[in-house]
Design a protein around this ligand. Structure first.
Ligand code: NDP
Ligand code: 8X3
Length: 249
């Protein structure tokens, strides 16, 4: 049985991926900052597979290293890493941008992904196998008005995904990115700092992607034959043509 390490498993895409992996007999290391949610998910999924929880903030490299080093021996061999933790913070014109929001997006979406990968890679290199999936975004493929720094963080994920794949070539480790468009999760609630009314409007009058749709694609990617690597995949709902063109009827 394989073991997957999923960051951002307390919500949205990460949680849906953990649930689908459990249904498909993949043991889980589920991570996030909200311990209660991790405990609840562990209780839900432990009937199907082995589940270990790690509570840490991906921004804190020492905590990341300590958490990974604390894994019990039965969870130390990691086959799949889903670099999913991340969010947008704010949707402001660049000139009105908030420095704390900028720091959060770059520290979590970019540096957090680097810290987690750095902690897990030595094991994959030693076992000469592994699969890293980086969750990018359509925001990493194009820039939209007021998206500035969030788009920059996801463009960085795109570059890091390519860089990892180049440098790990020949080491038996698959590296690929899944880049979703609009997915209805807690993403907009976080972006708009708890303004649920504004967040709900983002997904009104069209059918957005659901977190389960992305989980399905992630599961497809990790179940390809050994010689097949999904390097870079962009997915939008039928009603979305680009970051700014969404058919709302
Ligand atoms: P959610 O807000 O539903 O989930 C975000 C997850 O990231 C949570 O589990 C959260 O856990 C975790 N997280 C956030 N900050 C930290 C941190 N500092 N340390 C550890 N974990 C953290 O959003 P989504 O599921 O939509 O987002 C998941 C990924 O998908 C993100 O990388 C996002 O950029 C990307 N994405 C989302 C799209 C969308 O439209 N929703 C489209 C394209 C990409 P906790 O708060 O418990 O720490
Ligand atoms: C999330 C999708 O369009 O809100 O990455 O940036 S979008």
């Amino acid at each position: 049985m394989k073991t997957a390490f999923i960051t951002g498993a307390t919500s949205g895409i990460g949680r849906a991926t953990a649930q689908l992996f459990a249904e498909n007999n993949i043991n889980l290391i589920i991570c996030g900052r909200r311990q209660e949610r991790l405990d609840k998910l562990q209780a839900e999924l432990s009937e199907k597979v082995k589940v270990h929880t790690l509570t840490f903030d991906v921004r804190d490299n020492d905590k990341v290293k300590t958490a990974v080093a604390s894994l019990p021996s039965s969870f130390q061999s990691i086959d799949i890493l889903i670099n999913n933790a991340g969010n947008a913070h704010g949707l402001d014109a660049f000139q009105d941008g908030n420095i704390e929001d900028w720091d959060a997006m770059l520290d979590i979406n970019v540096k957090g992904l680097l810290y987690v990968t750095k902690a897990i890679l030595p094991g994959m290199i030693a076992q000469k196998s592994g699969h890293i999936i980086n969750i990018g975004s359509t925001a990493g493929k194009e820039v939209y008005p007021n998206g500035n720094v969030y788009c920059a963080s996801k463009h960085a994920v795109d570059a890091v995904n390519q860089g990892m794949r180049l440098d790990l070539n020949g080491k038996g480790i698959k590296v690929g990115a899944i880049n979703p468009g609009l997915v209805e999760t807690e993403f907009s609630e976080v972006r708009f700092k708890g303004d649920t009314e504004r967040a709900e409007k983002v997904y009104q009058n069209f059918t957005p992607l659901r977190p389960e749709d992305i989980a399905d694609i992630i599961h497809f990617a990790v179940t390809r034959p050994p010689h097949v690597n999904i390097a870079d995949l962009t997915v939008m709902c039928l009603d979305q043509a680009s970051s700014t063109i969404v058919n709302k009827g």
